[in-house]
Design a protein around this ligand. Structure first.
Ligand code: ASP
Length: 473
């Protein structure tokens, strides 16, 4: 294959071209396949064709089987259901049977050699015994089984990430994992590798990344083998400038930076796990987000730096709801010392991660926190603890209030840096769409602006910003 200098929007990028190489230079491509793209026998055959269409595609990372149709359930969710039922002492057999027959159907349709029985018995035992840490083991089996099936189909070795992706007491250990992946794959010209899990350095038990974590596994492998390209193969045509479910005319972003994609992904564009960008960014490995069924494009190429600013200010807009907003009023916070420390210490004590901390007046500050950090009565308990630590009964105006109805819109683009009027245009779009802004947050890097709004205004806000700022009609 050959390297092609692609000229796009004035920016010169080193990316592989899939045409046949005349000079015999080979490349190394790591390809990660999402759940929908590997959901059944038919999709696995498409993966095979995709991998075989370019011999430079040498390492394939696979997710658990995803949804085959709208009402289907992802295999990871079925496995989670088994864990949930097992923990409550209820029968999980019917769910386990659904999983087993689905896998057997795929195996028989493909006619591959893989003998599921032994591995499936281990899963059954784990659910029966419920040993410490069994939850992660069970939840990781979707990737494990799918990896085994794809490896048989391809005739490639299967490399279990239990052996090389390692977690310690601080979480994922990148140094050790990088060395182990490098070591194992140096002896394998090709391999199929399951995503999403690894194992503990302490006792070898299975540990998981967060949901969608196969993207991270793929990026780790790409970094370890020094890939020329990391392909994130999915069921959409790359990264859209806005959610096409809201903005039907939104287009694929042809080229963006890792940082822009990380902001988009975290902001609500679910196409890739935000943390997947870190290993490839560190190793400066170009990444392509593409559709399995039409790899010729449109797709999104992701690179480290853009030497020009593409002459565009805004790359995309993303949004998500599901935030609680806690507002603390304290009339001595501005001139005192240590208020923020006291407030944040409460979050540390509750082991809660927060999204934003905007302040809107001299005496008030808000915390924006994702609902997934606040199960059950945690929000009420947190508010009580903040009241205790951060308000003074003596001051009548001191108070802590909260709402569960928070949403954030995130507008992203390196072209906003130093561009006069970049935020003005966004705010005019929201004003014209009749959207009230509750919080505004922009750091000095100016790469993204985050705007707090009511969840009911979310779609209107995204459409308005897209049509005025990103793709003016
Ligand atoms: N199977 C896991 C999930 O559904 C991980 C992944 O697909 O990346 O989140």
């Amino acid at each position: 294959m050959r390297y092609a200098w692609r000229i796009r929007n004035i920016c010169v990028v080193l990316l592989p071209d899939s045409s046949i190489d005349q000079k015999g230079i080979t490349m190394l491509i790591v390809s990660k396949f999402g759940g929908t793209s590997s959901a059944d026998a038919n999709m696995l055959l498409k993966i095979k064709a995709f991998l075989e269409s370019n011999p430079d595609r040498r390492y394939a990372i696979v997710s658990a089987p995803g949804k085959r149709h709208t009402n289907d359930v992802k295999m990871t969710n079925l496995l989670r259901e088994c864990v949930f039922l097992a923990k409550r002492g209820e029968s999980y057999n019917s769910v386990l049977n659904v999983i087993e027959s689905r896998l057997k159907e795929t195996i028989s349709q493909l006619g591959v050699e893989y003998n599921l029985t032994r591995d499936f018995d281990l899963l059954r035992d784990a659910l029966k015994e419920k040993a410490c840490g069994f939850e992660a083991y069970v939840e990781s089996r979707g990737e494990f089984f799918n990896g085994k099936i794809l490896a048989s189909l391809m005739g490639w070795p299967f490399v279990d990430t239990k052996e090389c992706i390692r977690f310690d007491k601080n979480g994922f250990n990148p140094y050790l994992s990088n060395a182990l992946v490098q070591n194992i794959l140096s002896t394998k010209e090709r391999a199929v590798i399951p995503g999403y899990y690894g194992s503990s350095t302490r006792d070898g038990s299975i540990r998981l990344f967060s949901r969608g974590g196969s993207d991270i596994t793929g990026a780790i492998v790409a970094q370890a083998v020094g890939a020329d390209l990391y392909e994130n193969v999915t069921d959409v045509d790359g990264v859209f400038a806005a959610d096409p479910g809201i903005v039907m005319h939104a287009k694929t972003i042809p080229l963006m930076t890792y940082q822009e994609l990380r902001e988009m992904a975290h902001g609500g564009a679910g196409v890739i796990h935000p943390d997947a960008l870190l290993p490839v960014k560190r190793a400066r490995i170009p990444t392509r987000v593409l559709h399995l069924l039409h790899p010729e494009g449109p797709y999104t190429d992701v690179i480290s730096d853009l030497e020009d600013n593409r002459k565009i200010r805004y790359v995309g807009v993303a949004a998500k709801s599901g935030f609680a907003v806690i507002t603390v009023k304290n009339s001595s916070m501005t001139y005192g010392v240590g208020f923020a420390k006291r407030l944040l210490q409460v979050l540390v004590d509750f082991d809660i991660n927060f999204e934003q901390m905007p302040s809107s007046s001299l005496d008030s500050v808000s915390l924006i926190i994702n609902h997934d950090q606040l199960p059950g009565t945690v929000l009420q308990n947190l508010v009580e603890a903040i009241k205790k630590q951060c308000t003074d009964d003596y001051n009548d105006d001191d108070s802590v209030s909260y709402t569960r109805d928070g949403a954030l819109v995130c507008v992203i683009g390196l072209g906003m840096v130093g561009a006069i009027g970049a935020s003005a245009d966004i705010f005019v779009a929201l004003k014209d769409a009749g959207v009230n802004i509750s919080t505004i947050n922009q750091g000095a890097t100016e790469e993204a602006i985050l705007i707090g709004i009511h969840p009911l205004d979310m779609d209107r806000a995204v459409l308005a910003i897209h049509d005025r700022c990103i793709a003016p009609q």
